[in-house]
Every structure is written in structure tokens, then in C-alpha cells.
Design a protein around this ligand. Sequence first.
Ligand SMILES: *Cc1c(COP(=O)(O)O)cnc(C)c1O
Length: 371
Amino acid sequence: MDTSDKNIFVTQPLLPPLEEFIPYLEKIWNNKILTNNGPFHQQLEAELSKYLGVKYISLFCNGTIALITALQALRITGEVITTPYSFVASTHALWWNNIKPVFVDIEPDFFTLDPAKIEAAITPNTTAILPVHVYGNPCKMEEIHKIADTYGLKVIYDACHTFGVTQDDLPVLNFGDLSVMSFHATKVYNTFEGGAIVCHDQNMKKRIDNLKNFGFAGETTVVAPGINAKMNEVQSAMGLLQLKTIDIAIGKRKRIAEQYRNKLQGIEGLKFLDDIKGVKHCYSYFPILIDKEKYGKTRDQVYDELKKQNIFGRRYFYPLISQFPTYRGLESAKPGNLTIAEKITEEVICLPIYPDLDKITITAICNLLVK
Ligand SMILES: *Cc1c(COP(=O)(O)O)cnc(C)c1O
């Protein structure tokens, strides 16, 4: 089939019917509360914490500022161990806190931070580990927490790719000291832009809420040099509406992943990730790996060929964060320290996946990949 008449991007934002949004806007116009912990904000915190199965959630204007604030909330300083295989904001959040990122390689199965390599990177200045549940696959959390406990380190998960993901029926968001989410337009669940920090006790929730509102703890009390990171009422209203259809959206993503797997299995030199036993996934991305020797083409050749047919896959995550000029001078970024990440970044393409992606387009994409 010919897909050349329309562009197919890696994702398309989930949007509710416009007419369903209008009554929410009318409420905002009537009560004239636009932000500052308004009624929709409060309602969304309540509904999201219930949906996600977490104790406390604090909404943010976006995921990056939530990450920056999470590090502030725990007073993280010095060095933090993190993964080079992520969206660049995971490391930028460290830089904005004057923290030195120490990159540790990923494991080869699901490309999350490799616990076996963490200990060697710990120094007297290490205060925390910042792993990423990349593509929504849970990190090897048990092993990470064992190390964190031994060395007295905090664990902050970048959970920007996970929405509603559970492992053995437990929400992954409940692990670690804090988890940070993104509700950006491109994510499984969006509030246009948005984000959140998940925490496990009331004092921490209060501290985070203060930090996101300039550090105000009362009308005339400022307890920290906080920031303005609040989610506004329009975003919160969007979030409430999106929550109504999120299960359907994730169900559709699951079926798309299944169709890709059916059609792409057994192709020499083309690999994809399977679901993990006991994990309820959210299917945020569908990465494939191209082995240039076995497949007979490089990843970039495949990427370009798809592009010629107006299929815009994305090379998430290429380059590695450690390869950007800002970070490549770091000792831990040196070639040879991150060999698995360096290999995967040359092989990966994320194929389009979003609820309204139709079967005909999926078939067309797969036909281009079958040699
Ligand atoms: C999207 C994303 C972020 C940043 O979130 P924003 O809401 O866009 O600021 C951070 N880390 C990862 C892994 C992401 O995918």
C-alpha cells in the first residue's frame, strides 16, 4: 500500500473530543481559578493517585522541572549515577542542580541501567542513583535498591515512559524514594505539557508542594528557594478528561505492538523487545534493533528508507546523552565505558505507535521492513 499521501510520525497525541473539553473550560471561566492548586488540580491529584495506585502525587508543569525539583526535594548533591540511554532531560536535571552525572552502562535485555556496573562507579561524593524505566520497561529495581541501601544512596526513578505499569501487580511508581512522570503531548497520557512527582509520605508531599510554589509554606512563610512549577487548571482539566479513555488507549497500543511482533518475527537481523512476564506494560514505544551485518542494511539506511515513504520513525535514543558536547568530556562518558549503550544507540529505531494507528499502515510499515 502507498502511505506517501500522509506523514506517519512516531506518535500522535491522544486528544479527547473537543466538545467534551468545553464544559471544563466553562467551569474555569466561571470560577476564575486558573492555577495555584485549583479544584481541577486537586481532583486530578486524587484521581491519578487512585488510578496509578500510589499514595501521594504532586502535579507539575512538565516532567523536566519535576525531575529538577525531585533532586531538590531530597537535597541531592555531588555525584549521581545515571544512564546515558534516555531522553536528554534526565541528565539535564542533574546539571541544573550543579550535580555531576556519572554514566553507567545499560544491560543488554531492556536497556535500563545495569545494576552489576553501579558499584564500580560509586565514590565518596555519590549521593543518589537516577535510573530510567526506558520504553516503560521496569528497571532491575531489586538489585538497584540493594546497592542503594548498602551505600546509603537515594533512588529517583525517571518514570516518564511509564504510565500505569505494574510488576507482579505492584505499581512500579511505588519503588525508590521518588518517581518522576511526564505528561508531555508525546507521552501515553498527556495534559498538553505536564508532569508529576510520586512520593510515599505526607511530609515529602508537602515539601514538594512547597518547592513547586516558590517555597511558600504559608501566606508569609518561605521555607526554601522554590520554583514556579505548578500545573494549571486547563492542564488539569485535560488530565481529568484523558483519564476517562486511557485504558482504551493503552489497550489499542497493546494490540499495535502485537501486530508488529506478529509481522516482524523471524526477520534475520531485526530484533524487538518482548513483554516481560508479570509486567503490565503501557506500550509507550516500539523500538526495533537493526543488526547491520545480519540484516544487510544499517539502521540509518532503514530509517531513511522509511522516511522516503513518509514513515517517520525516531532514533530514540541516538546519540547517547553522554555523546552530546555538554557531557562528552566527563570521565564516565569516555568511549569504552558504555559499550552496550554505544552499540544499541547505533541499532535502534522506534516505530510509530499511537492509539489511532491503523492496521493498513502497520502492515505497510512491516512490509517495508521485511526483506
Ligand atoms: C519526556 C521525558 C522527559 C521530560 O519530560 P517533559 O515533560 O517533556 O519535560 C524526561 N525524561 C524522559 C525519559 C522523557 O521521556
